[in-house]
Design a protein around this ligand. Structure first.
Ligand code: ZN
Length: 150
């Protein structure tokens, strides 16, 4: 596994819409492994492919240590409720803000074996899923911040 360089805000790559993954290749699996290592090294609870300069619909989320969720072509298929909580981003170091997000979401995605799965999450997991999927559409948490936290 290898640690990847995290792209910082201001780089155009963070504002692009990512392309779907058509075929899972050994490179896809290496990327997932490297993204998990990079996320953990940076103490993050999620990382999306554009944050390491790759414009593909791939993200990883880990809100429960030791239990990373790998998402290929993820899509939010249901959401409910509302929460306002603090959020940050590995691409925007030192910046924290309160965002408005759904309290519960259900995401459909493909796993590394090419199988479709669904995952439902509330609170932090729901926020992390929304945050990472936003990255795949070129959106940053600062786009939906209600107010910044010093
Ligand atoms: Zn982020």
């Amino acid at each position: 596994m290898a640690k990847l360089k995290i792209v910082k805000v201001g780089d155009d790559v963070l504002r692009k819409v990512c392309r779907p993954v058509e075929k899972i290749t050994p490179r896809t699996l290496t990327l997932l492994d490297d993204m998990i290592e990079t996320m953990r090294d940076a103490d993050g609870c999620g990382l999306a492919a554009p944050q390491v300069g790759i414009l593909r619909r791939i993200a990883v989320v880990e809100v429960e240590p030791g239990n990373p969720i790998e998402l290929i072509n993820p899509k939010i298929i249901a959401y409910a409720g509302e929460q306002e909580e603090q959020e940050g981003c590995l691409s925007i170091p030192g910046r924290w803000g309160i965002t408005k997000r759904p309290k519960h979401v259900t995401v459909r995605a493909t796993n590394r074996n090419g199988e479709t799965f669904e995952i439902s999450g509330s609170d932090l997991l729901a926020r992390a899923l929304c945050h990472e999927i936003d990255h795949l559409d070129g959106k940053l948490f600062t786009d939906c911040v209600v107010r910044y936290v010093d």
